[in-house]
Design a protein around this ligand. Structure first.
Ligand code: HPA
Length: 243
């Protein structure tokens, strides 16, 4: 079963045909919201708003472990994460979609592992390619079919937040080879891998990262770009889910 994790702006998905809702108990506590089960033509899927209903949870307070555990628990095998991000690469300005292929994790203090033991040893998962190559190709095909502006690769810098970056931090991210910056890819992607879930991300650039254009960042513009992109995000998800 496919799960969609909605990011900022995608807290609700009224276009889905809802078939049920379930509050899942996990050993790690509560997830961001009850899981919404929905149907998209013949496909059953689960929707989970990462920031909770009404966007209450900042990125560093999301219970990523509970979220991924709950999805696995109800039978999810594939996770499509949606993230709003800032653009660092000059080809990734506001309104452009990116299907990232790599991550650099700058977060700290987040519960980032289930600390699995296998035969008494810590299971160091392979994370060479953090995103599912198969799902990435399906996303790229969906964006092409939807006729949207997108980049099919990108290195995602995951910062701690909730504040946005300083200009110097963004220059450092660029020197590090990062193309986009957001706050929610980690530890979500790694936890998915620990649980054996296929995982890929659909990122929408909603602003130039701090210091890259002459203006300071303002949430009003960011939210406007996000709102403008929401129909395209949903269109892409519908195509993706029906492949
Ligand atoms: N930085 C970090 N996270 C973000 C940004 C940004 O510029 N835009 C949207 N999410």
């Amino acid at each position: 079963m496919l799960a969609i994790i909605g990011g900022s702006g995608l807290n609700q998905f009224p276009e889905l045909e809802i078939v049920g809702e379930q509050k899942v108990q996990t050993p790690y506590g509560d997830c961001s919201a009850p899981l919404t089960f929905a149907r998209l033509r013949d496909l059953q899927l689960v929707f989970l708003p990462r920031h909770g209903q009404g966007h209450k949870l900042p990125p560093h307070q999301i219970n990523y472990r509970a979220n991924m555990w709950a999805l696995k628990d109800v039978g999810v095998t594939r996770v499509l994460a949606v993230n709003a991000v800032g653009g660092i690469n000059s080809t990734m300005g506001p309104g452009v979609f990116v299907v990232p292929h790599q991550i650099i994790d700058y977060t700290y203090g987040r519960e980032q592992s289930y600390n699995f033991l296998t035969d008494g040893y810590i299971n160091h998962i392979d994370f060479t390619h953090p995103y599912s190559q198969v799902m990435r190709q399906q996303l790229i095909a969906s964006l092409l079919a939807a006729n949207l502006r997108f980049q099919e690769r990108g290195v995602y810098a995951c910062t701690q937040g909730p504040r946005l970056e300083t200009a110097a931090e963004v220059l450092r991210l660029r020197r590090d080879g990062c193309d986009l910056v957001g706050m929610t890819a980690m530890p979500e992607a790694a936890l998915a891998r620990e649980l054996g879930l296929e995982y890929a991300a659909l990122c929408l650039v909603v602003n130039w990262a701090a210091g890259l254009d002459s203006n300071e960042l303002n949430m009003e513009d960011i939210l406007k770009t996000l709102a403008a992109g929401m129909a395209d995000i949903k269109k892409t998800i519908f195509i993706f889910a029906n492949q």
